[in-house]
Ligand binder design. Structure first.
Ligand SMILES: [Mg+2]
Length: 423
């Protein structure tokens, strides 16, 4: 069973199959885990930003946070006058004092070629790591995206080429869906309509409720609803549609998660996401060990070492960092590379503003991207892109190939923004 699960979503077979084949004794198993850690640590030790593309230092002269209504833009400038922008996540509305007081000072005056080190330094600065999760991740990602945009414009290269090799130029997406609070028939109709509209060639549905602390959302309770919708969605979309499922950490009992996982296996779903609460690493592994369906997770995860543990111990088959929450593209790509070292895939979680655009660049540089990545539609942000329609065509979106992020934000829209300071 375990071998099937691992092979299913493997982009390569480095480590994974070998690991499964060595479980004959406790000694062999622990030896394998140690070997896994050695591979993962080799990934973590390697900086990803290609400083060699820049012969001279690129000193960051200013980092500005700009605000208009509830939206935020970051603008970075080098001493030589190069400029980069990012559009932040809407949650920055809660976090901008952290950006101004805890992130800006780390980057101003520094050589942007040391970006990997600066990201680590930003987590150390003023005990920023204590802010955990998206509290520090979103501010950090916001400045990183702007710096990568600036560096790409200097080098004349898209972001993917600054942090890796371009492995994917057109990104297949799945349709993300919600509606777990609605009756089953209404949910299925809404899911069907969303897929028909986007023409995505894969879809993810919600199973269970939302996190273990929530009450049942349906009069029949999540057990009955989940058991009804899993086969119905398969019947609705037919045997060839790629189907994914997400419990959002709902199951507080491993046995409940395993029961649902077996149903997902029966109806040929391709992965089971967050079967138990995200920080319950042993529980996640217990579910993974009992099932053949690949286990996905990572959108809430802010710890690189938690990914490391889950991967080394066979608890995770699909790595899903959120590049805003997790603090940027470089940290997310490191999580993806750790997955690759174990023969696992990566399907980043998607959130916020231009999150989909940054996701395209991230996935472009992944050697182990999953068959479809997340897509949730667009927010109304005035950008122009010369190299991609940024629209779904034949189930795929083309990654922009222009320098930096590869889009220009309407300068008149930026003029509406004012500088955030002294907060
Ligand atoms: Mg999820």
């Amino acid at each position: 069973m375990k071998i099937n699960r691992r092979k299913f979503m493997s982009a390569s077979v480095v480590g994974g199959v070998a690991a499964a084949g060595m479980q004959g004794s406790a000694y062999a198993q622990s030896e394998t885990v140690e070997a896994n850690y050695a591979k993962l640590d080799a990934v973590l030790a390697k900086p990803l930003f290609k400083s060699e593309l820049f012969s001279d230092p690129v000193i960051i002269e200013s980092v500005e946070l700009l605000k208009y209504e509830r939206k935020f833009i970051c603008r970075v400038r080098s001493k030589d006058g190069a400029v980069g922008h990012s559009v932040s996540h809407n949650t920055m509305n809660l976090l901008y004092p952290t950006f101004v007081n805890r992130i800006q000072p780390v980057f101003i005056g520094q050589d942007a070629r040391r970006l990997d080190r600066l990201l680590d330094k930003a987590l150390e600065f003023a005990f920023n790591y204590r802010l955990g999760g998206l509290g520090i991740g979103i501010p950090l990602a916001t400045v990183e995206f702007a710096i990568l945009d600036m560096m790409g414009r200097i080098a004349g290269k898209p972001v993917g080429q600054l942090i890796g090799e371009v492995h994917n130029t057109h990104i297949p997406v799945y349709q993300a869906t919600e509606w777990r609070e609605k009756p089953v028939k209404e949910s299925v109709a809404l899911i069907k309509a969303a897929v028909e509209k986007s023409k995505a060639q894969a879809v993810k549905i919600k199973v269970g409720a939302l996190m273990f602390m929530t009450k049942d959302l349906d009069a029949r309770g999540p057990v009955g609803r989940t058991e009804e919708i899993i086969p119905l969605i398969r019947e609705t979309f037919g045997p060839d549609m790629a189907l994914y499922s997400d419990a959002n950490g709902y199951y507080k009992d491993v046995n409940d998660a395993i029961r649902v996982g077996k149903l997902l296996q029966k109806y040929n779903y391709s992965y089971f996401e967050e079967p138990v609460f995200f920080d319950w690493l042993e529980g996640t592994k217990q579910v993974a060990d009992a099932l053949s369906i690949p286990i996905a997770g990572g959108e809430q995860q802010h710890s690189m070492h938690a990914f490391r543990w889950l991967l080394a111990n066979g608890g995770l088959d699909v790595v899903q960092p959120d590049h805003f929450y997790f603090g940027g593209l470089i940290r997310s790509l490191k999580a993806a590379h750790m997955g690759a070292a174990m023969g696992k895939t990566c399907i980043p979680h998607l959130s916020g503003g231009l999150g989909y655009l940054y996701m395209l660049h991230l996935v472009s540089a992944m050697p182990n991207a999953g068959p479809h990545v997340e897509f949730k539609g667009y927010e109304n942000i005035p950008i122009e892109c010369q190299t991609s329609s940024l629209r779904l065509e034949n189930g795929k979106i083309k990654v922009p190939t222009g320098p930096g992020i590869g889009v220009d934000i309407d300068p008149d829209w930026i003029k509406k923004y004012h500088l955030v300071q002294d907060v």
